[in-house]
Write a protein that binds this ligand. Structure first.
Ligand code: PLP
Length: 450
């Protein structure tokens, strides 16, 4: 089909996520035809480096032979069967693999389809657990301001981004939201392991848990970095601190590793960097290497056992999705996870992390760059109109989009979060590809803000 027709049909019939369609209608759509390695190719033959890993999912680049083979192999057996009342090899083997690599104590895997549902599952399991334990008052959740856990109503209820979530307030369940560390909205520099005294002495989290723990089911948070609110770093030590508080006050800890899981921060899971093993671990995105939608909520035997009983006690977890544990997705996830050790990917990610950090350093002095924030291969460049006064650009100026448009003309696909330029290249990006990526990003910021 010709690009012209595709573009017209898209504008006539398609509604894109997180998109002002009126703006989209006035732009020439970027139509992707294929991909190989870190490169996307559009219908006009342009080659673009996939600078946001196809929304933070891609690990090896596109068309990785081992993953393609796993998928084709599984197609020849079966593409889908229900997981309600049946089981199958890819899901069982993947569960075992996930338990093997997850932080200690997480031994049960509940599958779903995406990051939002992985979080919904954790919220509902935590809620039901306390009911089964006859602690009926423990029904509320504590989450972090500027947190993001997905777009279904439960995960929006524990979300803290004004722009995305405030409009739906009356639709949401109530809980507490606290500021991580109290005084460090931008967070600390990557690499710092100091525990900030601000959250040792009577921080928001401790106050809320001390006063209200008897009504709280769980705390839910992203570890190390709040991605969707603009790659905002959480002070180092805060996750471990919250984990200790949860134990002290008898509240579950749900860690949302949908964005950070599977190596994005340089370790398999970000939790590892603070020695934390949560009660619930939510994973999705890179689980399948960026191939297919699949998610999992991992939990402990303690939680699992609370749901056991005779059928007519109705303790079962009444939750599930039609495509839960889809065999194609599980097979490709298994092939993905098997490659980590074989290729030494995490070592490469750490090396690329240092290169990215060194490459972006000059931008810190730019008069319109407020901050460059980075953890692992996840970075955000925040643009401001007036650096000294900390004044943002007017939203309508679309400065983030301008920088990304500039990058596209130079061969890198990027999508901003407001005026934060988000950089998340595929984890297996080579040194040379990363150097190209950094060069384009630097030039695009400089040229677009001239
Ligand atoms: N949790 C986190 C930390 C995320 O970054 C995201 C998506 O970006 C989600 C949950 C939601 O995942 P999904 O878009 O797959 O529902």
């Amino acid at each position: 089909m010709s690009p012209g027709v595709l573009g017209r049909w898209d504008k006539r019939h398609v509604w894109h996520p997180f998109t002002q369609q009126a703006e989209w209608a006035g732009r020439e759509p970027l139509i992707i035809r294929s991909g190989r390695g870190v490169w996307l190719r559009d219908v006009k033959g342009r080659r673009l480096l996939d600078g946001n890993s196809s929304l933070w999912v891609n690990v090896w680049g596109h068309r990785r032979p081992e993953l393609d083979r796993a998928l084709k192999h599984q197609i020849d057996k079966i593409s889908h069967t229900t997981f309600l009342g049946l089981t199958h090899e890819p899901a069982v083997r993947l569960a075992k693999k996930l338990v093997d690599i997850a932080p200690k104590g997480l031994s049960r895997v509940f599958y779903s389809d995406n990051g939002s549902t992985a979080v919904e599952v954790a919220l509902k399991m935590a809620y039901q657990y306390w009911q089964l334990r006859r602690r009926n008052s423990k029904t509320k959740f504590v989450s972090l301001k500027e947190g993001y856990h997905g777009d279904t109503v439960g995960s929006v209820s524990v979300g803290g981004i004004e722009l995305f979530h405030a409009r739906f307030r009356d639709l949401l369940f109530k809980g507490w939201q606290v500021t991580p560390g109290g005084r460090h909205p931008g967070g600390r520099k990557p690499g710092s392991i100091m525990i900030d005294p601000g959250f040792r002495r009577g921080d928001d989290m401790e106050r809320v848990l001390r006063r209200h723990h008897s009504s709280i089911a769980a705390v839910v948070m992203e570890p190390l970095v709040q991605g969707a609110s603009g790659i905002r770093l959480i002070p180092r030590g805060y996750l471990a601190h919250v984990s200790r508080l949860c134990r002290k006050y008898g509240v579950f800890l749900i860690v949302d590793e949908v964005a950070t899981g599977f190596g994005r921060t340089g370790t398999m899971f970000a939790c590892e960097q603070e020695g934390v093993s949560p009660d619930f671990l939510c994973v999705a995105k890179s689980l399948t290497g960026g191939y297919l939608p699949l998610a999992a909520t991992l939990t402990t035997e303690k939680v699992y056992r609370a749901f056991l009983g005779r059928y007519d006690e109705f303790k079962a977890f009444f939750h599930g999705h039609t495509y839960t544990a889809n065999p194609l997705a599980c097979a490709v996830a298994l092939a993905n996870l098997e490659l980590y050790k074989k290729t030494g990917l995490l070592g490469d990610v750490r090396q690329r992390t240092s290169e990215l950090s060194a490459g972006l350093a000059p931008l810190r002095d730019h008069p319109h760059v407020k901050e460059v924030r980075q953890v692992g291969l996840m970075a955000g460049i925040e643009l401001v109109q007036d650096k000294r006064a900390g004044r943002a650009y007017p939203a309508g100026a679309r400065m983030g989009l301008k920088v990304c448009d500039e990058a596209i003309t130079r061969g890198v696909w990027l999508r901003p979060l407001g005026d934060v330029i988000v950089l998340l290249p595929p984890l297996a990006i080579s040194e040379k590809e990363l150097a190209f990526f950094i060069d384009v990003v630097r030039n695009s910021v400089i040229l677009a803000l001239e």
